[in-house]
Design a protein around this ligand. Structure first.
Ligand code: PRP
Ligand code: ADE
Length: 189
């Protein structure tokens, strides 16, 4: 765990004041992965701690309440968190996949991220016009992935309620690419 991980500002008045601290302890830092110079934040240990995972879900459910019609998760790590959060919210789940993986007609958006470039897609008929959509991922870094997901939802004529992430890597300034989108990060590094 990085010593400088700090809680987002809801920490002291939320229903689970120790959540951010406990999640920070569950994250693992791996240097020079997947390429030299990248400080990789690995959330897989969190997935092994079932009570902590359930507290993360409860935190999102408490914040978003009944204001969400669909959760979308971004391949691959966003699938894991997005699925359990959709279950907690009692909504459907829509996978946003890397290019070429979805079988039916898609919208596609290309973007760059901290260590490369990619294209993500969503099925054109997965999100009804006007649906209130929560986007879920593990990490917000440069914001390229999240901004592309927002654009995909816009193309379906859905409405993005918010982006929920476990960790925001602050120095990469991903929020600056998400003007007009509500962003909630449990932790900021
Ligand atoms: O803010 P950005 O700079 O766009 O980076 C954040 C994205 O990078 C990671 O996904 P990655 O593309 O590595 O895919 P993975 O989930 O398959 O590991 C992470 O899960 C986010 O989706
Ligand atoms: N530094 C990082 N750690 C984990 N996931 C990431 N996605 C983009 N940058 C990342």
């Amino acid at each position: 765990m990085s010593e400088d991980l700090r809680a987002a500002d809801h920490r002291s008045d939320g229903p689970d004041p120790d959540l951010a601290r406990d999640v920070a302890r569950a994250l693992r830092t791996i240097r020079d992965f997947p390429e030299p110079g990248v400080v990789f934040k690995d959330f897989t240990p969190l997935l092994l701690d079932v009570p902590l995972r359930d507290r993360v879900v409860a935190d999102v459910v408490a914040r978003r309440g009944s204001g969400v019609d669909l959760v979308i998760g971004i391949e691959a790590r966003g699938f894991i968190l997005g699925s359990v959060i959709a279950h907690g919210l009692g909504t459907g789940f829509v996978p946003v996949r890397k290019a070429g993986k979805l079988p039916s007609t898609t919208h596609a958006v290309s973007y760059s991220l901290e260590y490369g470039e990619a294209t993500i897609e969503v099925h054109q008929d997965a999100i009804p016009a006007g649906a209130r959509v929560l986007i879920v991922d593990d990490v917000l870094a440069t914001g390229g992935t999240a901004a592309a997901a927002v654009e995909l939802v816009r193309r379906t004529q859905g409405e993005v309620v918010a982006l929920e992430v476990i960790l925001e890597i602050g120095f990469l300034q991903g929020r600056s690419r998400l003007t007009g989108t509500t962003v909630h990060a449990l932790l900021t590094d």
